[in-house]
Design a protein around this ligand. Structure first.
Ligand code: PLP
Ligand code: ZN
Length: 384
C-alpha cells in the first residue's frame, strides 16, 4: 500500500519520502485515507500495546521495524473514576514508557521515519512531546534535535538530554521554539518530527479510540473528555473512531468535550464565537503548560471535529485544575497539572449541568446508562 500526504488547502499531494511538512501553498498536510483492517486475525491477542492495531496504521504489512522501536506503549488501563458515578472511566495514559500519552504518536512517527530511511530529525515541544520523540528517536537510531522554550520543566529537559537528543532551549514563547525548529529543518534538510504538522503523529494517537472501543467491548463511549492545546488527543481519537465507523464496527461517534485552561483558550473562544479558525492570543500563564498553546496550527480541523461530534470546548480556571489534580492524587493517581484538566472540566460540567446542551448527565452517570472517558495524559513525576 502507498501512503500519500495531501494538502488540506489546495489538495496537492506529496510522497512522504519527500519529507515535505507543509504544502508549497502554506497549507497543512494530512494523510490521505487508506484502508484499515480490524479483522480478528489483524489484532493478535498476544501483542500488547498499540501495535496490535498495526493493520490500521500506515505501514506496509511486511514492515517489522517497529519491533525494535516499541517499548510496549499503549494498552493503558481504564479505571473507574468514582463509585458514585459508575459511568465514568479514567484512561490512564500517564502510565506510558515516557510517562505521557505522547508515546502513542511518537512511536508511530519515529517508526515511520525509520521506514523512510531518515537519519536526522528535529522537533519542538513544551515538554512531553520532546521527551517522547527523543526516546523513540534513539530507539529508531535517529539523531534528534529538540527545540524547547527555555522555561520548560527542568525535569523534562534533563530527560530529553539523557535520551541523547540535542536540547536547544529557546528564550521566549512556545511559538519561538517552533520557529527555531522550522529554521533548522529548512536549513539542514531534516525530518520535521512535529507532533503538530506531521500527520503520522495523529495516526499514533488514533489508537486511543481503538483501545477504548476494545476495552468497552465494542461499545462507543457517549462522551470523551480530553485536554486540548494543539489537538493531538482530539484529532487522533476522532480519526480512530472514524476508522471504526467506516469499518462498520460502531454506529456513532462519541461526543468530544475538549477542555482548555481559561488563561490560554483560543479554541474555546473560537468555539463560542462560532468561528471556523482560532485567532492567536496571548498566553496569560497557566499551570497546564502542556496545553498553553496560543496559536494552534490545526484549529480549523479541531473546531470542525468537535462540532461534528456535537461536542463542545470549555475552559477551567487555575483553581479548578489545582483542585482536580489534588483530588486525583488523593485517589492514588499522580498526574501533572495539564493531565488534570479533563477531570477538572468534567467536574465543572457536572456542576453546571442544569444548562443545555447537556453532553453529560449526572443522573445517567450515576445509573451507568451513559459512559464517559476522561483522559489522564501525563505523569506528575516529571512536572516542575
Ligand atoms: C501534549 C499534552 C496535552 C495536549 O495535547 P495537545 O496536542 O497540545 O492538545 C495534554 N496533556 C499532556 C500531559 C500533554 O503533554
Ligand atoms: Zn496546498
Amino acid at each position: 500500500m502507498t501512503f500519500r500526504l495531501v494538502c488540506n488547502g489546495c489538495h496537492r499531494e506529496y510522497d512522504p519520502a519527500s519529507l515535505a511538512w507543509r504544502c508549497s501553498c502554506g497549507g497543512l498536510l494530512d494523510l490521505a485515507p487508506f484502508s484499515v483492517n480490524f479483522s480478528q486475525g489483524a489484532m493478535p491477542k498476544h501483542v500488547a500495546g498499540l501495535w496490535r492495531y498495526r493493520e490500521a496504521l500506515p505501514f506496509a504489512s511486511t514492515y517489522t521495524g517497529w519491533q525494535q522501536i516499541t517499548m510496549g506503549e499503549g494498552s493503558t488501563p481504564l479505571l473507574p473514576a468514582d463509585p458514585a458515578l459508575p459511568g465514568v472511566f479514567l484512561k490512564a495514559d500517564y502510565m506510558m514508557p515516557t510517562s505521557s500519552y505522547k508515546d502513542r504518536g511518537a512511536v508511530v512517527l519515529m517508526a515511520k521515519a525509520r521506514e523512510l530511511g531518515v537519519t536526522r530529525a528535529a522537533c519542538d515541544s513544551s515538554g512531553n512531546a520532546g521527551v517522547a520523540l527523543a526516546a523513540y528517536a534513539v530507539r529508531a537510531g535517529i539523531e534528534c534535535s529538540v527545540y524547547v522554550p527555555a522555561s520548560a520543566s527542568a525535569k523534562k529537559l534533563k530527560q530529553i538530554a539523557e535520551y541523547g537528543a540535542h536540547v536547544h532551549p529557546i528564550p521566549g514563547t512556545r511559538e519561538d521554539a517552533a520557529k527555531a525548529a522550522m529554521e533548522a529543518v529548512e536549513q539542514d534538510h531534516l525530518f520535521y518530527a512535529s507532533h503538530i504538522y506531521n500527520p503520522f503523529f495523529f495516526q499514533g494517537t488514533k489508537t486511543y479510540a481503538f483501545e477504548i472501543w476494545e476495552q468497552l467491548e465494542g461499545r462507543v463511549p457517549d462522551v470523551l473528555v480530553v485536554p486540548v492545546g494543539n489537538g493531538t488527543l482530539v484529532l487522533g481519537p476522532y480519526y480512530g473512531f472514524q476508522d471504526l465507523l467506516t469499518a462498520g464496527l460502531i454506529e456513532k461517534m462519541p461526543r468530544i468535550l475538549a477542555v482548555q485552561a481559561e488563561n490560554c483558550a483560543p479554541l474555546a473562544k473560537a468555539f463560542q464565537e462560532e468561528a471556523d479558525v482560532a485567532q492567536p492570543l496571548v498566553n496569560k500563564g497557566t499551570v497546564a503548560e502542556g496545553i498553553a498553546i496560543a496559536a494552534p496550527a490545526r484549529s480549523r480541523q479541531i473546531l470542525a471535529a468537535v462540532r461534528e461530534t456535537q461536542g463542545t470546548i470549555m475552559t477551567v480556571t487555575e483553581a479548578d485544575i489545582v483542585e482536580a489534580r489534588s483530588k486525583l492524587a488523593r485517589q492514588g493517581l499522580y498526574v501533572e497539572p495539564t493531565a488534570a484538566v479533563a477531570s477538572a472540566g468534567l467536574s465543572k460540567y457536572l456542576r453546571q449541568s442544569e444548562q443545555a446542551p447537556l453532553l453529560v448527565v449526572r443522573e445517567a452517570l450515576r445509573k451507568g446508562t451513559q459512559t464517559v472517558i476522561v483522559a489522564l495524559t501525563g505523569s506528575g513525576l516529571k512536572a516542575a
